[in-house]
Design a protein around this ligand. Structure first.
Ligand SMILES: [Zn+2]
Ligand SMILES: [Zn+2]
Length: 258
């Protein structure tokens, strides 16, 4: 599959100095915009704004709490909060703690995946997490929970993780048999003859093959996959004609893709 692997463990690096976040001088501080920068780089900023998207940093940098969830994934330990000085900008301590504990627990669950990924230099999260899930988890890990902006960002991210989890469950339980029946019925019903019977059959087989193991694919990737496999056998296979069939089957809710 022609998918570019993002370095999923990049979230452990400060995007300014490229060093891994560390307790002491380089703990991660998350900003309202969702970027996390190490404290020493933040203190050196010439303007009170995020260097990546120019979002204004509304609060005093020294008052923003360290993102311990993120730090714990870089080998740091989550302190006992009663021993930590609580930043004064936290208005609702109870809510802040609830959100913080949830995200720190998530980080704890991620520990093994992150460690395995960096040990074997395998960046895809060891196949346990799909890439969209990795992206969503990384985005919730970067929220500044002490600020309103970061709080709503975290809520959106949490919702999106929930939706994604449900979607992946549905994908996982998509049985090949039901799929096959549904595909054939849809094609017959809609009289999709423009490919010719032989090629049509080959296309359906390839679609089934690519969806078999419950991996979530985008429609574009699915079309490319089918076209690449078909080209040798059928010179007339094009992205347009295959795209048409995939679109039709997708509209008929034959299968779930992104
Ligand atoms: Zn830095
Ligand atoms: Zn930013």
């Amino acid at each position: 599959m022609p998918i570019q692997a993002p370095q999923w463990t990049d979230f452990k690096l400060c995007p300014v100095c490229q060093n891994e976040f560390k307790s002491g001088l380089k703990p991660p501080i998350s900003l309202g915009c969702g970027h996390s920068i190490c404290k020493s780089c933040l203190l050196r900023l010439s303007k009170q704004q995020c260097p990546f998207d120019q979002a204004e940093i509304k609060n005093d940098i020294t008052k923003l709490p360290v993102n311990y969830a993120l730090l714990s994934l870089c080998g740091g330990t989550i302190p006992d909060y009663f021993e930590v000085e609580i930043p004064e900008l936290i208005i609702n301590r109870k809510e802040f703690d609830a959100a913080r504990i949830a995200i720190e627990t998530l980080a704890e669950c991620l520990q093994n995946i992150v460690i395995t990924s960096s040990n074997c230099n395998y960046t895809s999260g060891n196949g346990i997490l799909t890439r969209p899930m990795q992206r969503k988890i990384v985005s919730i890990l970067h929220c500044q929970l002490a600020e309103v902006e970061g709080q709503s960002r975290a809520m959106r991210a949490a919702r999106s993780i929930g939706e994604r989890a449900v979607k992946e469950l549905i994908l996982m339980h998509q049985s090949p048999q039901t799929l096959s029946t549904a595909l054939w019925a849809a094609v017959r019903q809609r009289g999709c003859q423009f490919l010719g019977p032989a090629m049509q059959e080959a296309v359906l087989r390839l679609i089934l093959l690519s969806l078999e193991d419950g991996i979530s694919l985008s429609r574009k990737v699915l079309v490319l996959f089918v076209v690449q496999r078909l080209e040798k056998q059928f010179t007339q296979a094009s992205k347009t004609s295959i795209g048409h069939v995939v679109q039709l089957l997708y509209r008929a809710s034959c299968f779930k893709v992104e």
